[in-house]
Design a protein around this ligand. Structure first.
Ligand SMILES: Cc1cc2nc3c(=O)[nH]c(=O)nc-3n(C[C@H](O)[C@H](O)[C@H](O)COP(=O)(O)OP(=O)(O)OC[C@H]3O[C@@H](n4cnc5c(N)ncnc54)[C@H](O)[C@@H]3O)c2cc1C
Length: 379
């Protein structure tokens, strides 16, 4: 009987793991000793960082999507079904159609903004975290002639630097359009500084001062009144807006929450080094689905994929699963429409933003294209 590896979720993390497993275990797959199945509920694979660019009319959804089956190695079986239950006691994943047994399971089911976490938010706010949201925001942005743009943020959320990128890009857009003096840009953050990573907060605060971007810390959105166009902070203060942009707290996938294998927000307790689900020897978790204190980012998934693949191959060969994730993440940060910086960090090294440059902006744009090679496991 072939050893079956199920990868649940066909986003960046799941696709990378499946493709790298198939490449590294070609011999075993051809001889029928191993099979790799991906269960995913999306026919189209979306490159989510593209939504930021879409909201500034710097790209279209067509540009940032590919058909999922074409991104997978020919020896990976793609099952386009919705998983409804993960049963680690019986080594099965159930979908709306049937149950699948596994020898190894990789959970890569992502994270999702919860627009219902605050009363009035879903109705009142715009966003650039979904393709529909980004398209709608683009249309609003290019109609905007002046007033207050308020951004509210809650944690955890994926791509922790994306809200800063959006504000910097908006600042430059309105300067280019010659209406920056008519627009108040106000950024808020729920803790005592403007970003959870201290060096990033220090760098961004200096940039905000330079560019006249207003900010408020300890801002925890409690309610929005779409009729009065007021956003209420937990301290009771009311904040007027003309355009509200929100990045709400994220939660884990429904299947994780329904299977009771996550914490209260649906993130799966994961060993920070081996990436095994806590208490399970044959279940790995990576990408946004983990509860690890690392950025929920595609680059995080990239570095984690390497560890998960090596550990599964070791276990199949009867060797110790000794490969360790270092906590590494790398993020380009757009600091305007034509320049960017970057940060990298791991469990031991804090991030340090580099000076912004046009070249780094072009690197970020180049990565938007290289992503399709990366997700195929080619680089
Ligand atoms: C606006 C924006 C900008 C970003 N910018 C960056 C950036 O510059 N750099 C960076 O590194 N990251 C960035 N990110 C974050 C990055 O996109 C995510 O961290 C990354 O996609 C996480 O990968 P994942 O595979 O864990 O989850 P996802 O890519 O979200 O994939 C999860 C998959 O699981 C599937 N799934 C869920 N439940 C089920 C089920 N029940 N059955 C079957 N399938 C299921 C989903 O449909 C999805 O395909 C950005 C994100 C956004 C929204």
């Amino acid at each position: 009987m072939a050893k079956r590896i199920i990868v649940l979720g066909s986003g960046v993390a799941g696709s990378m793991v499946a493709n790298r497993l198939a490449k590294s275990m070609q011999k075993e797959i051809y001889s029928g000793e191993v099979e790799v199945l991906v269960i995913g509920n999306k026919k189209q694979h979306l490159y989510q960082p593209g939504f930021l660019f879409m909201s500034f009319n710097e790209g279209t959804l067509e540009q940032f999507s590919r058909e999922q089956k074409h991104l997978l190695h020919p020896k990976v079986k793609f099952i386009l079904e919705e998983a409804t239950k993960i049963d680690t006691a019986n080594n099965t994943v159930t979908t709306t159609k049937q149950s699948y047994n596994y020898d190894f399971l990789v959970i890569a089911t992502g994270s999702y903004p919860d627009f219902n976490s605050v009363p009035g938010l879903a109705e009142a706010s715009h966003n650039f975290y979904t393709p529909e949201g980004a398209a709608k925001l683009r249309d609003e942005l290019f109609k905007f002639k002046g007033g207050t743009i308020l951004m509210t943020i809650d944690v955890p959320h994926k791509c922790p630097v994306a809200p800063l990128e959006w504000i910097f890009m908006a600042d430059e857009l309105f300067r280019d359009l010659g209406i920056r003096d008519k627009v108040t840009l106000k950024y808020t953050y729920p803790i005592g500084r403007i970003h959870s990573l201290e060096p990033v907060a220090e760098w961004a605060e200096a940039e905000f001062e330079k560019r006249g971007i207003e900010y408020e810390v300890f801002f925890n959105l409690e309610e929005v009144d779409p009729n009065k166009k007021l956003a209420y902070n937990m301290d009771g203060t009311a904040h007027p807006y003309d355009l509200l942009i929100s990045v709400p707290a994220h939660v884990g996938a429904k299947v994780v929450r329904d299977s009771n294998i996550g914490d209260e927000d649906g993130f799966i307790p994961t060993d920070r080094y081996s990436l095994k689900m806590i208490g399970q020897d044959n279940v790995y978790v990576l990408g946004d689905a983990t509860n690890l204190p690392v950025s929920k980012a595609g680059s995080t998934a990239h570095y984690q994929a390497d560890v998960v693949v090596k550990n599964i191959i070791s276990q199949i060969k009867g060797l110790p699963a000794s490969h360790r994730y270092s906590g590494k993440a790398f993020c380009f940060i757009e600091s305007g429409l034509n320049e960017a910086t970057y940060i990298w960090f791991d469990y031991k090294t804090p991030p340090q933003p580099m000076p912004s440059s046009e070249m780094l902006h072009w690197f970020k744009l180049a990565y938007n294209e290289l992503y399709w090679l990366s997700v195929r496991g080619i680089m």
